[in-house]
Design a protein around this ligand. Structure first.
Ligand code: ADP
Length: 183
């Protein structure tokens, strides 16, 4: 699942995970759990996370390696929130290839910037995530454009990219995802 913050990756990834019966791996959720539990990863990640910046690749690469090695991920998984940088994309590709697997589909949820800002501020009031301050929201959107958006061209070139309009009801978007994937 690729797309800017607030595009609905988590929601659609969860629906897809239940429908296809394969696990969803979400780096953001893993980081939030690590910060809550006060693990070394959580402590190292916190200042980047709270500022809306990317957590350094050195930390994320370890995390992704651990997740991809888990037995439940061996039959396939939905990646939510990674890869987010070129280095992460390379690690994912190398790791999957080593296991005789590949990234079969990349889903990009297309949502206009003004809608993203509206959603993120709305969610901030409800959920109170520590990275939902106006400043951190701005940084997260900027970071997406700088570091993650270039992956769209990278995956398009590999012929695995699907664009889905991310505006409408949750059900409509889930239906569009289903049509794109053909299952
Ligand atoms: P959102 O897409 O709304 O920003 P996420 O839960 O996916 O929500 O990510 C929240 C934060 O967690 C990011 O701003 C970043 O600090 C950190 N993070 C999550 N995934 C990654 C990743 N793959 N690489 C670096 N940082 C990450």
């Amino acid at each position: 699942m690729l797309g800017p913050p607030g595009s609905g990756k988590g929601t659609q990834g969860q629906i897809l995970s239940s429908r296809l019966g394969i696990p969803k791996i979400a780096t953001g959720d893993i980081l939030r759990a690590a910060m809550k539990a006060g693990t070394p990863l959580g402590k190292d990640a916190k200042r980047f996370y709270d500022a809306g910046k990317l957590v350094p690749d050195s930390l994320i690469l370890e995390l992704i390696k651990t997740e991809l090695a888990k037995p439940e991920a061996q039959q396939g998984a939905i990646f939510d929130g990674f890869p987010r940088t070129a280095a992460q994309a390379e690690l994912v590709e190398r790791t999957l290839t080593a296991h005789g697997q590949r990234l079969a589909h990349v889903l990009l949820l297309d949502v206009p910037e003004e809608e993203l800002v509206k959603r993120l501020h709305g969610r901030a009031l409800q959920e109170g995530r520590t990275d939902d301050t106006p400043e951190a929201i701005r940084t997260r959107l900027l970071t997406y454009h700088q570091d993650t958006a270039p992956l769209v061209a990278y995956y398009a070139q590999r012929g695995v990219m699907h664009r889905v309009p991310g505006v409408g009801t949750v059900e409509e978007i889930a239906e569009a995802v289903k049509r794109k994937l053909g299952r």
